[in-house]
Design a protein around this ligand. Structure first.
Ligand SMILES: C[S@@+](CC[C@H](N)C(=O)[O-])C[C@H]1O[C@@H](n2cnc3c(N)ncnc32)[C@H](O)[C@@H]1O
Length: 255
């Protein structure tokens, strides 16, 4: 957990960096990755991210009704989660995306226009730690593969709680701790050799992908993250590990 202290250093992958520098370094990673982000997701996860995201949307279960259902998708990047939500939901489903990277948001806007979803998905640039939305304004808050990039996870969770309506749901999809013997060693080898190498071939630069892999290892395990969500005030917090714990979906409610 992090606290407000400007002298502190924090993890940026396996490196320690000054607290105030981390977000800028993260932003550089996604600015470089933005144009090839969707292609790299498929390559790095062998397409598995699509199945994990489908499970995530199934858990959210956006109502198939014309009544308004407004989701805030934080760190929504190029819109993968938002597009799935509006496609799965009824006519009242709409999503506001808030992502700190103007480059990722730009890619997202282009995709939304190309897929005919621009009127139901609003892309905004914003920081998960200080959301520009009134309190109690969303029916659900989603964040997929985003929260481990945030400098102060506790602030992002407090903001999630603040913007949710009472009865609203928090759902987070994130890399987690592999809990299957054998798979952990295989996954480790794959992550640290194959992913940066593929990143270098496809984008010309392996460094952003090294950060992505390292940041997965420094993120709290399933139980520790559950405790953080509870500390932010959420009730009925639970999680489900997928693919042997490579990723986990955490759920909580603002009651
Ligand atoms: C791995 S991408 C995930 C994108 C998308 N949610 C998906 O699942 O495909 C992580 C995203 O987090 C965004 N991000 C990083 N730090 C953030 C912050 N403090 N606030 C909001 N977004 C942030 C990055 O710009 C990037 O678009």
């Amino acid at each position: 957990m992090t606290t407000d202290n400007s002298d502190k250093d924090v993890a940026f992958g396996f490196r320690r960096v000054a607290e105030g520098d981390k977000q800028g370094l993260v932003n550089d990673v996604f600015a470089k990755a933005a144009q090839r982000y969707d292609q790299m997701n498929d390559l790095m996860s062998a397409g598995l991210h699509r199945l994990w995201k489908d499970d995530f949307i199934t858990m959210l279960a956006p109502p198939r009704l014309p009544a308004p259902f407004h989701v805030l998708d934080v760190a929504g990047g190029t819109g993968d989660i938002a597009f799935r939500i509006v496609r799965a939901g009824g006519a009242g489903a709409r999503v506001t995306i808030a992502d700190i990277s103007p480059e990722m948001v730009e890619e997202g806007r282009k995709r939304a226009a190309a897929e005919g979803l621009a009127d139901r998905c609003a892309f905004t640039v914003g920081n998960a730690e200080a959301l520009a939305f009134p309190e109690k304004s969303f029916d659900a808050y989603t964040i997929a593969f985003g929260i481990r990039n945030v400098t102060h996870i506790d602030k992002a969770l407090a903001e999630a709680y603040r913007v949710l309506k009472p009865g609203g749901r928090f759902l987070c999809l994130e890399f987690s701790k592999v809990d299957v013997p054998g798979l952990d060693a295989l996954y480790e080898a794959y992550s640290f050799t194959v992913i940066p190498a593929v990143g270098k071939v496809v984008t010309g630069d392996g460094q952003p992908y090294r950060y992505l892999v390292e940041s997965i290892r420094t993120f709290p395990d399933q139980e520790s993250f559950k405790t953080m969500i509870e500390k932010a005030g959420f009730a009925r917090v639970s999680y489900r590990s997928l693919s042997g714990g490579i990723v986990a979906i955490h759920s909580g409610w603002r009651l």
